[in-house]
Design a protein around this ligand. Sequence first.
Ligand code: NAI
Length: 337
Amino acid sequence: MEILTLYNVTLINGDGIGPEITDAVVKILEASGVKINWDLQTAGADVVAAGDVPLPNRVIESIKKNKVALKAPVTTPIGKGFRSVNVQLRRELDLFANLRPSKNLPGIKTPFNDVDLIVVRENTEDLYAGIENKINEDRVEGIKLITRQGSTRICKWAFEYAVKHNRSEVCAVTKANICKLSDGLFLECFREVSKEYPNITPREILVDNLCMQLVQNPSQFDVLVLPNLYGDIVSDLCAGLIGGLGVAQGANIGLDCAVFEPVHGSAPDIKGKNIANPTALLLSAIEMVKHLGEFEIAQKIQNALFKTLREGKVLTCDLGGSAKTTEFRDEIIKNLS
Ligand code: NAI
């Protein structure tokens, strides 16, 4: 009899729609046969409301111990309040590479049929370093932090990814015509790193032009590597190319730990309605299952998801259907067998 490995994984079920989509994904993973001992950890706005800090130390310690986490989105107050849990988590664990693939999914009609893009976003620097100063009531400044070390390692990571996944081009996205020193340094590092990869074509583009090109002809791009802020914005645009935020997966990867999470946020507008699409979290979880080394099970879950999407009988409303999150979950579980 085959003995299945038991994996310890930190689970952050998040705010807003987080608990609903987490419940769906955990149940699908359980039905797939992968054996996971979930270490449930809470963080974010609900934790603050209960009197704790947004990112308790126990969450960091759990991920450091388990090395792998599945994370649902957490709410960050806009324009006030506590610092983003995501930004803190990525910096505390030095999860410097944010991987956000955008590829057409079966059954989901979009303006383009040949999108297959990899967004590699630098995850720890740029305006997200959180260095903001209030000079007086009418004047504030925010520091865009770009370092040689941070830029070099993310560019290297993007080229290494391209080599491992048979990609042919890596394109650096900047605004180096305006931010001559900061984006200029990022570009200098990109050019330096590219020399080590003669089989991968280096390309450069300004971020505004990229956005226009992406909505007109996305298939011309392969791997994109971007500083933090452009990466955040462009990956939402890329999510739109393949069916929206409900289907856009992601992962935060460092040298020691990996945190798998969707691109989307906590969607407070649809919280508690049982209509959120768990696909983005499920696709992130499939990548996590591969990361654990369980390729067959990952393929099985992907087949069940793709069958459900292709058949189009049971879809959540963001994909044009009328199914509840739980009905969509149950259809995927049915398709596992
Ligand atoms: P959002 O991604 O939560 O929502 C944008 C739109 O997409 C909304 O209309 C929402 O209903 C829809 N949407 C998102 N995910 C969906 C899903 N799975 N199924 C169906 N529809 C979905 O972005 P928003 O409203 O800008 O941010 C809400 C909160 O989320 C903020 O506090 C923000 O800071 C936080 N956030 C957290 C992230 C994370 O934890 N990784 C990432 C992005 C935002």
